[in-house]
Design a protein around this ligand. Structure first.
Ligand code: E4P
Length: 222
């Protein structure tokens, strides 16, 4: 399973990239607003830090506008190994833009996916990634992971579908584990949740005991 981090905070991304466990980054207009910096600058910095796909979302709502914006965002990656994925919403216009970009070999992340039917359309439009939002479905009393189960199962029956399932709107480590059990390709995880994946109180307790016992020996490995 690949891990993307879901943030536009460059300092956080730099810190997490140092772990060697980061495969990509997703951003969205809300995360950009939170970062409070010029979007093109932020995307360019992120694309330099992380070699994997960096999703940059368009804000136009018509296909022509999305294509214009997407080309400008994609140009940020020109001249280096272009790792910019254009993020478009799962609307009829978004899928038109997706088809246009994917036909030219540009990676597209189709976002705001809330149903299996929508995920089928994204795959048919040639999306590199589809982003089902599990947390937002759970928030309204639906089962986000049941949607991941459906999409993984459907995609596995059609080898021509090259779209990766990018589990989004992740609310805790349990979402990551559930997505992994279902065979989802990627989870995009907020930085605080990504850090939670490392921790277990018994790890801390066990390490403290090992080190205390070791100190009693008076030895040093080096
Ligand atoms: C995905 O690409 C989105 O940026 C993100 O996962 C949305 O998550 P939220 O529901 O926590 O805003």
């Amino acid at each position: 399973m690949k891990f993307f981090v879901d943030t536009a905070d460059v300092a956080e991304i730099r810190d997490l990239a140092a772990s060697g466990l980061l495969d990509g980054v997703t951003t969205n207009p809300s995360l950009m607003a939170k970062a409070g910096r010029p979007m093109l600058e932020v995307i360019s910095e992120i694309a330099d830090i992380v070699p994997g796909p960096v999703s940059a979302e368009v804000t136009a709502t018509d296909a022509a506008g999305m294509i214009r914006e997407g080309k400008k965002l994609h140009a940020i990656g020109h001249g280096r190994n272009n790792n910019i994925a254009i993020k478009v919403p799962l609307t009829p216009e978004g899928l038109k833009a997706c088809k246009a970009f994917s036909s030219e070999g540009v990676m597209v992340n189709v976002t705001l996916c809330f149903s299996a039917a929508q995920a089928i359309l994204a795959a048919k439009a040639g999306a590199a990634f589809v982003s089902p939002f599990v947390g937002r479905l759970d928030d309204i009393g639906e089962d986000g992971m049941a949607l991941i189960d459906d999409i993984v199962q459907i995609y596995s029956q059609y080898p021509s579908f090259q779209t990766e399932v990018l589990v989004a709107s992740v609310r805790g480590p349990e979402h990551v584990v559930a997505a992994a059990k279902l065979g989802a390709d990627i989870c995009t995880v907020p930085p605080n949740i990504l850090r939670q994946l490392f921790s277990h109180p018994l790890t801390d307790k066990g390490l403290a005991a090992f080190l205390a016992d070791w100190a009693k020996t008076g030895q040093s490995i080096l």
